[in-house]
Write a protein of this length. Structure first.
Length: 156
């Protein structure tokens, strides 16, 4: 066990945990942030996506020791509300297991588009969300949701 200090959704947190404990488990079990979901547990599905220092990552593959001093953003974090609303309005969620990961990945994608001056169009959305698997929606409404969020100007 050792102490790990990092920021989660703008709040500094200190967690006592095995350094190799998965960030996914620390978030869900130690910090009660259960919005982040586990799908495959092997880095294949994207359900567990969070942002670390603004980059989307699979939290099932990240040991907590690697986020020391970092800024972690989960689906509960500020700045994701407009994307959440877009998924709600466009019906981008069915069973919901993939949805938090898709919302975080959409936020990361819109931030990247803004940073790099790229237009967030459908081809871009499909590329950006390709690593987030969904068994329910057939992706049509997921992409429509991401584009609706983009049309809102990707507002934070
Ligand atoms: S649960 Fe992490 S990628 Fe599937
Ligand atoms: S809504 Fe069920 S897996 Fe995506």
């Amino acid at each position: 066990m050792s102490e790990h200090e990092f920021e989660v959704n703008g709040v500094r947190r200190t967690v006592s945990a095995d350094p190799l404990r998965r960030l996914l488990d620390v978030l869900r079990e130690d910090l009660a942030l259960t919005g982040t979901k586990e799908g495959c547990g092997e880095g294949e599905c994207g359900a567990c996506t969070v942002m670390i220092d603004g980059e989307a990552v699979n939290s099932c593959l990240v040991p907590v020791c690697q986020v020391q001093g970092a800024r972690v953003t989960t689906v509960e974090g500020a700045g994701l509300e407009s994307v959440q609303e877009a998924f709600l309005e466009e019906g981008g969620a069915q069973c919901g297991i993939c949805t938090p990961g898709l919302i975080v990945m959409t936020r990361a994608w819109l931030d990247t588009c803004e940073r790099e001056g790229r237009v967030p169009d459908e081809a871009e959305a499909r590329r950006a969300l390709a690593g987030n698997l969904c068994r329910c929606t057939g992706y049509g409404k997921v992409i429509a949701s991401a584009l609706a969020a983009a049309a809102e100007g990707g507002e934070r």
